[in-house]
Design a protein around this ligand. Structure first.
Ligand SMILES: *[C@@H]1O[C@H](CO)[C@@H](O)[C@H](O)[C@H]1NC(C)=O
Ligand SMILES: *[C@@H]1O[C@H](CO)[C@@H](O)[C@H](O)[C@H]1NC(C)=O
Ligand SMILES: *[C@@H]1O[C@H](CO)[C@@H](O)[C@H](O)[C@H]1NC(C)=O
Ligand SMILES: *[C@@H]1O[C@H](CO)[C@@H](O)[C@H](O)[C@H]1NC(C)=O
Ligand SMILES: *[C@@H]1O[C@H](CO)[C@@H](O)[C@H](O)[C@H]1NC(C)=O
Length: 232
């Protein structure tokens, strides 16, 4: 206090803005405390999972409330392409009471506890189970404010996927190699065939031309002479 008095009136403007800041901070803090005190619903840090079709998945959800709970209502819903399907619901009268859960889905099982865990299991999942699951909760002790968290499920057919890619790779590589070999062989056969034919034709031409045409005969004759002279 003494130090504040000592600074004098010259910095009163700064002090005022400082007071304002303090007041703002206090309000923010109060709001924060109030917020923290209320219900918090979470589906975990990584609110998504990938699971193989036919398996059983845990859809995790937990709540926490520093101000305590009274008649806490919660439900799990599945977002079926925009339509929310209710999978289960319950009301917990007070903290520490094991919830009596109404279940509306044949493959859903409640595995939560009386200590804020309201997770469910979804059994024998199919590809149609993929999508968003909403964990909703409302605490009567805080004027029924709505809270919810979403968990995303991805369904995969891992084995089939791996097999498929492997098969595709093997088939395409083998097919490519075999196709290339076949193409090369065909080209080779064709080339050899035509070359041989051309040779034969050329020979025929040479033979026939040598007999008929004199102008060409001269050339070929010259060649024949060139070839013939070293030998002789
Ligand atoms: C996953 O689905 C495929 C068909 O989409 C099926 O053939 C396969 O058996 C399923 N896997 C399991 C474990 O149910
Ligand atoms: C989801 O909704 C869209 C448009 O509303 C529709 O075209 C699509 O077929 C729906 N999908 C399923 C799986 O029902
Ligand atoms: C899940 O699948 C197994 C084996 O196919 C079956 O015995 C069991 O009854 C199924 N569970 C549910 C809840 O559908
Ligand atoms: C909630 O309960 C389930 C089943 O016992 C457990 O697997 C899960 O880890 C629990 N979640 C939390 C946040 O305690
Ligand atoms: C809370 O959710 C209910 C539906 O469950 C809705 O009728 C109500 O308007 C919501 N309240 C607020 C404050 O969003």
């Amino acid at each position: 206090m003494a130090s504040v008095d000592g600074t004098g009136a010259s910095v009163s403007g700064r002090l005022r803005s400082g007071d304002l800041l303090h007041a703002g901070l206090a309000v923010a803090l109060l709001l924060g405390v109030w917020h923290v005190g209320g219900l918090e619903v979470t589906t975990g840090k990584v609110s998504m999972t990938e699971a193989i079709n036919g398996s059983t998945v845990l859809l995790p959800c937990s709540y926490m409330s520093c101000i305590g709970i009274r008649n806490l209502y919660f439900r799990w819903e599945y977002n079926d392409n925009g339509t929310l399907l209710k999978y289960c619901q319950a009301e917990i009268p007070m903290a520490g009471v094991e919830p009596k859960v109404e279940i509306f889905h044949s493959r859903v099982e409640f595995v939560g506890s009386s200590r804020g865990n309201i997770s469910i299991l979804l059994k024998n999942i199919t590809f149609e189970d993929a999508g968003d699951y909403i964990c909703f909760a409302r605490n009567q002790k805080e004027k029924n404010r709505n809270h919810s968290a979403t968990f995303t499920l991805k369904v995969v057919d891992q084995l089939k996927e791996v097999d498929n890619t492997l098969t595709v790779i093997i088939v395409s590589v083998l097919g490519g190699v075999i196709g290339l070999v076949i193409i090369v062989m065909v080209i080779k056969a064709l080339v050899v065939h035509f070359l041989l034919k051309d040779d034969e034709k050329n020979k025929e031409c040479l033979v026939s031309s040598s007999g008929n045409d004199n102008t060409e005969n001269g050339l070929s004759g010259a060649k024949a002479d060139n070839k013939g002279t070293p030998k002789a």
